[in-house]
Design a protein around this ligand. Structure first.
Ligand SMILES: [Fe+2]
Length: 282
């Protein structure tokens, strides 16, 4: 395996001066593995790109407190695919928490991924922070939806931990990203979601996968984020399905004791792959 380099979209990657108690968090998203290790998506071997991302993390970001994997874990939603994913994530050597995306099967995911250090919990409490993982999978649809179980759990967790700074993670984006085709498959009941979150000022960040690109915006003082995929990226602000030239990537977040968030995006350099750019979907 060649050693991948990296590029980052800002310069806040020096953690030496961060206060004690800061949480160093990884967000990986949309690995789209298959039961078959040779499986390809648009011609790309998604297992190989994930392996390069994990190798880069281990070489460059050794002190990670936990990792989040925000959906589209296994493209064919197969038990063997989740077993393969779990094996790869074990190479991160940190506690790793997964949630489902539209390509996943929540039941198979939960049955396949359980136990330390790789798990699929509803929430994590650590260092004065709550991290909430929502299941926005709407079976049979690429759109996202938070059902009453998810919304009730969200409300309860926020009410139970009012003094914890909070990061919410889910697969689907909650606000438009100005990409016409992607914005037709965002969370379809974002109003229900924001009706709850707007009542809880401890929420500092909301981060998603699904969009296969970096995204950042502010809404009511809450940082809204999206992460690149560990495989291929979608072109920002595209009208129709379009693949970007950017290489596999991931997001790193530092959650500070005062509730602020420092975040960086990394993309692998020197990573060559072939991809079918003429495809009209995936
Ligand atoms: Fe995806």
């Amino acid at each position: 395996m060649t050693k991948p380099g990296c590029s980052t979209n800002n310069t806040n990657n020096d953690n030496r001066d961060l206060p004690p108690g800061s949480l160093n968090v990884l967000q990986l998203s949309d690995p789209h593995l298959f039961a078959d290790p040779e499986g390809r998506l648009l011609g790309m071997r998604t297992l190989v790109s994930l392996q390069h991302v994990i190798a880069h993390i281990n070489e460059n970001l050794p002190s990670i407190d936990l990792a989040l994997v925000t959906g589209d874990l296994v493209h064919d939603a197969s038990p063997a695919g989740y077993t393969l994913l779990k094996k790869q994530l074990s190479n991160l050597n940190t506690s790793t928490y997964c949630l489902p995306g539209n390509h996943d099967n929540s039941k198979i995911l939960n049955a396949s991924i359980s136990g330390n250090p790789i798990n699929s919990p509803f929430s994590i409490q650590k260092n004065g922070w709550s991290i909430i993982l929502l299941d926005s999978n709407l079976p049979g649809s690429t759109k996202g939806h938070l059902d009453n179980i998810q919304l009730t759990r969200l409300q309860a967790c926020l009410s139970d931990h009012p003094d914890h700074h909070t990061l919410i993670c889910l697969h689907h984006h909650t606000v438009p990203v100005k990409s016409r085709w992607l914005d037709t498959i965002m969370l379809n009941n974002a109003d229900d979601f924001f009706a709850i979150t707007d009542c809880h000022p401890q929420i500092k960040g909301i981060t998603c996968g699904h969009i296969h690109q970096s995204f950042e915006a502010k809404r009511n003082n809450v940082l809204l984020m999206g992460a690149p995929s560990t495989c291929f990226q979608f072109a920002p602000k595209s009208t129709d399905f379009e693949i970007d030239n950017k290489s596999p990537g991931y997001r790193q977040l530092t959650l500070l004791p005062d509730g602020s968030i420092i975040t960086n995006i990394f993309h692998l350099n020197n990573f060559t792959y072939s991809i079918d750019r003429s495809s009209s979907g995936y």
